[in-house]
Design a protein around this ligand. Structure first.
Ligand SMILES: NC(=O)CCC(=O)C(=O)O
Length: 270
């Protein structure tokens, strides 16, 4: 039996070093405003600077309270009247000389910052984000009227234990902004489907298009249902991907095929 439909739109924006962050912010804000009528709009990881543009992280760092991306996305969410997962920004906290974090921002339809999530797993091994940023330590969910979101970012995708904790915290839709490289597109697709299947959740994963810091981006933003079926998938170029999803599919899938009930290792007490 079908329930209320949720309209979700992923904005797979191109990150091009020839465009300034200010211009890209204006363009992203206009794209968000054009989505009035959607329930949830999602942007990718670190789209103001570029997820691999680590030389620009310090100069592009922002505060969550009054920073240029937070201000622009708050206004755009309010004008469109949508829940906006604004992807992530380079956050510096405390301002002006604290550590950097890769922080995702979720705005409510009235423009207030509802939830922030600091990426837990930092990518780069001994370089880039892994050495320039501090990691978050909190599992973050957000209860929306349309369902409970579980927040994770890009490289987190490779750590399934984080997603189990999100499911234990009630997540029904995983929202994963990313700046995933084209050369590992095959991993992206398999890992996203695996996270959806093993946790019986919707996955909404929004990547970037274009090439920055000499790293061609995969694009291929995806929306996957709790059975692992791909509901929508973008190509490699900039694209607006809209899908209608039925949140009641989470409970229905878990009841029809109750694998989560059979967990033995690390399962919460029943
Ligand atoms: N921005 C990232 O976290 C990139 C992750 C990545 O390239 C990978 O896991 O592969």
């Amino acid at each position: 039996m079908g329930g209320v439909q949720v309209r979700a739109t992923l904005l797979q924006i191109e990150v091009d070093p020839a465009e300034t962050a200010a211009d890209r912010r204006r363009r992203a804000a206009a794209l968000v405003r054009a989505q009035a009528g959607a329930d949830l709009v999602v942007l990718p990881e670190l789209w103001p600077v570029g997820a691999f543009a680590s030389d620009d992280f310090a100069a592009g760092a922002e505060r969550l309270d009054g920073g240029p991306t937070a201000e622009a996305m708050s206004a755009a969410a309010r004008d469109a009247g949508v829940w906006l997962h604004a992807g992530s920004v380079v956050e510096r906290d405390p301002w002006p000389d604290g550590p950097l974090y890769n922080t995702s921002l979720l705005f409510a339809p009235d423009g207030t910052l509802h939830t922030a999530y600091r990426k837990i797993h930092r990518f780069g091994f001994d370089r880039g984000e892994a050495v320039l940023m501090a990691g978050g330590s909190r599992i973050v969910t957000a209860a929306l009227p349309q369902g409970v979101l579980g927040l994770a970012t890009c490289y987190d995708l490779r750590f399934p234990e984080q997603f189990r904790l999100l499911v234990d915290a009630g997540a029904e839709m995983l929202v994963i902004p990313a700046g995933w490289p084209a050369r590992r597109l095959a991993h992206w697709r398999v890992l996203l489907q695996a996270r959806a299947i093993e946790n019986q959740v919707f996955v909404l994963a929004c990547g970037t298009a274009g090439t920055h810091a000499d790293v061609p981006q995969a694009g291929h933003s995806m929306v996957i249902d709790p059975w692992g079926a791909v509901l929508a998938e973008a190509g490699a170029a900039e694209e607006v991907l809209t899908v209608e999803l039925d949140p009641s599919r989470v409970a229905a899938t878990r009841s029809d095929f109750p694998v989560l009930r059979d967990r033995v290792l690390g399962a919460p007490p029943r």
